[in-house]
Design a protein around this ligand. Structure first.
Ligand SMILES: [Zn+2]
Length: 282
């Protein structure tokens, strides 16, 4: 029997910990080899001045944070595609020719092949990326979602037996109730749900509109401590400062991680899996 292998294809150093920091240890416990694509260097992230300290650049600081998370989450390997972080839509950084969004819009095939190359090395049966809205509309998330989906189909349809052939593709998802809780929470704190996040560019109503159905749910309640530890690695992005109330909210809202099955196409909108490897041929 071959190894079970899963590839997460994400955009920034921190996406893996903030988004899937409780799901990865579940897969590791199940004996799965977990690989990560981190497509950008994260250098458009805002960083508190005192944290940059001895690092020559924001990218160097964020690299060290990713190295920390990599150890906590026990990735088998991390593929860094070395694109520049695009920042949010229409920002100066999104027009940088080396940014992921600019590269995607001007030479999509190169980005698809960079993702396909990581798939050829990791040989995952299961691939996970963002949903079509990139979780919350970040251009880099949307670019990596599109490139990953295209690379998946390119290799899945390839009949060359020696090439990697990923079998299942998922987007991360969660129940609408958790997003309604965020909206309620924002209102209670006097915040505008349409202008959330550190840079006030996250519209929680748009997140809600773009949620896709959950087909797979995996239990993650046991792994919240590791989730917090991995998130704390990304201190420059505000990671891991959950506090007592935050911890309680997480326990209430996130005992499962949801996924939308994109391929094979489910043909219905209900949960029918508790394991992303269900039906996979090894
Ligand atoms: Zn991100």
């Amino acid at each position: 029997m071959g190894n079970r292998s899963l590839l997460i294809s994400y955009a920034h150093p921190d996406d893996e910990s903030f988004g899937l920091g409780a799901a990865v240890p579940k897969w590791i416990d199940d004996g799965v080899d977990v690989y990560l694509i981190c497509a950008t260097d994260g250098d458009a992230g805002s960083v508190p001045a005192h944290m940059q300290g001895q690092y020559p650049s924001i990218a160097a600081l964020r690299q060290s944070e990713l190295d920390c998370a990599r150890k906590v989450l026990k990735f088998k390997d991390v593929y860094q595609l070395d694109y520049k972080d695009s920042g949010m839509a229409n920002s100066r950084t999104s027009r940088d020719p080396n940014s992921l969004w600019h590269s995607w819009t001007h030479d999509s095939d190169r980005v698809i092949e960079a993702v396909a190359d990581a798939m050829r090395q990791a040989r995952p049966q299961v691939v996970v990326t963002f949903n079509r809205y990139g979780g919350y509309g970040h251009p880099d998330h949307i670019a990596i979602q599109r490139a990953t989906t295209r690379a998946f189909h390119r290799l899945n349809e390839n009949s060359n037996a020696s090439d990697a052939r990923p079998q299942k593709l998922y987007y991360t998802s969660y129940p609408k109730s958790t997003v309604w809780m965020r909206i309620l929470n924002a209102r209670l704190r006097g915040q505008d749900p349409r202008r959330m996040g550190r840079n006030h560019d996250v519209d929680v109503y748009k997140i809600l509109e773009n949620i896709e159905p959950v087909h797979a749910r995996i239990p993650i309640a046991k792994y919240h401590d590791i989730w917090e530890r991995a998130s704390r690695c990304h201190a420059s992005q505000g990671g891991g400062r959950f506090g007592r109330r935050g911890r309680l909210m997480r326990r209430l809202l996130y005992s499962y991680q949801g996924f939308t099955r994109v391929y094979p196409v489910p043909g219905h909108d209900r949960v029918d899996e508790d394991d992303l490897f269900a039906g996979v041929e090894l």
